[in-house]
Design a protein around this ligand. Structure first.
Ligand code: NAP
Length: 278
């Protein structure tokens, strides 16, 4: 994609599987160093780290078991990453908890919000919203010190944010994009940009009900993309090609790899900000 990706230090939350794993492998392939996190699945982190090393050599990856909903864990991700690599350039807030925590067949069941246990609501919001805040708050001092930085918040399609039966997930992704707009403005002029990135449809990960190897299954929107769809836009966002671009949402399925990256980015980019004032 671009030589400026080489040696960038990128933290990817939820990097052990799914979209996070695909982005980690895609960045290591371009010479980046990655710190991947997960709150529970140490074996998935270890497997992804081994696969990263096969591509990028013995020193390209760090794993940290840490919950994005806990202040101390977020601070620890920063100190351990900085200790290993000496820099932090990019934070990808990818960790997320999906609707399967509400109902294991949520695409068909469409659960009512009044049946959601309050603890389930809080647990999902702790990861999907508070996690972005805590991780970004912990990362910003390191990014400001570099005078160059990126925060990328993994969002979802507008149709999913508004779908019947999709609380609290849908609301958490509205908030993800609200945070993106405000954080981007707060960081204006610092060299650190904030954007959102989404696949543009259901993607083949453990977030979607059913077996990962069953290619006939689809999400509620009828799609099933592969996680690698995220790789070209995340490579662009980590590179210097995206300098100065902030407050936007990039839709991975609209990325046309046959085009030069700046043209492909322009076609997949939309403002997060709504232009009306009320
Ligand atoms: N798959 C889709 O169709 C789709 C579509 C649009 C957007 N997205 C978004 O893409 C992102 C990645 O999802 P995915 O589809 O790849 O799902 P996934 O396969 O379930 O992966 C989620 C990752 O997040 C980690 N995680 C969850 N809670 C965490 C916490 N509190 N602290 C740290 N890590 C945590 C998980 O590890 P542990 O379980 O070990 O914590 C796992 O590594 C999410 O933000 C999701 O909302 C997905």
């Amino acid at each position: 994609m671009h030589p400026s990706i080489r040696d960038k230090v990128v933290i990817i939350t939820g990097g052990g599987r799914g979209l996070g794993r695909a982005m980690a492998l895609g960045l290591v392939k371009e010479g980046a160093k990655v710190a991947i996190t997960a709150s529970r699945e140490g074996a998935e982190l270890a497997q992804t780290a081994e696969d990263c090393r096969r591509i990028g050599g013995p020193d390209c990856v760090l794993t940290v078991q840490a919950d994005v909903g806990k202040d101390a864990d977020c601070e620890r991700v920063m100190t351990e990453t900085h200790r290993k690599f000496g820099h932090i350039h990019v934070l990808v807030n990818n960790a997320g908890r999906g609707m399967s925590y509400v109902h294991n067949d949520f695409t068909k069941a469409r659960p009512h919000f009044w049946d959601i246990p309050s603890d389930t609501w809080r647990m999902m919001m702790d990861t999907n919203i508070t996690g972005i805040f805590l991780m970004t708050k912990a990362a910003v001092p390191y990014l400001l010190k570099e005078g160059w930085g990126r925060v990328v918040n993994v969002s979802t399609s507008l149709i999913t944010m508004q779908r019947k039966g999709y609380l609290p997930y849908g609301a958490s992704k509205w908030a993800c994009e609200g945070q993106t707009v405000i954080m981007a403005q707060d960081l204006e002029g610092t060299g650190v940009t904030v954007n959102a990135l989404l696949p543009g449809g259901a993607t083949n990960t453990k977030m979607i009900p059913g077996d990962l190897n069953d290619k006939t299954r689809t999400g509620a929107d009828g799609n099933l993309f592969e996680p690698e769809i995220m790789v070209p836009p995340i490579q662009y966002l980590v590179s210097d090609l995206s300098n100065g671009k902030a407050g936007d949402r990039y839709v991975a399925k609209l990325w046309d790899s046959k085009l030069p990256p700046e043209e492909a980015a322009a076609k997949s980019r939309f403002p997060c900000k709504r232009s009306r004032t009320y």
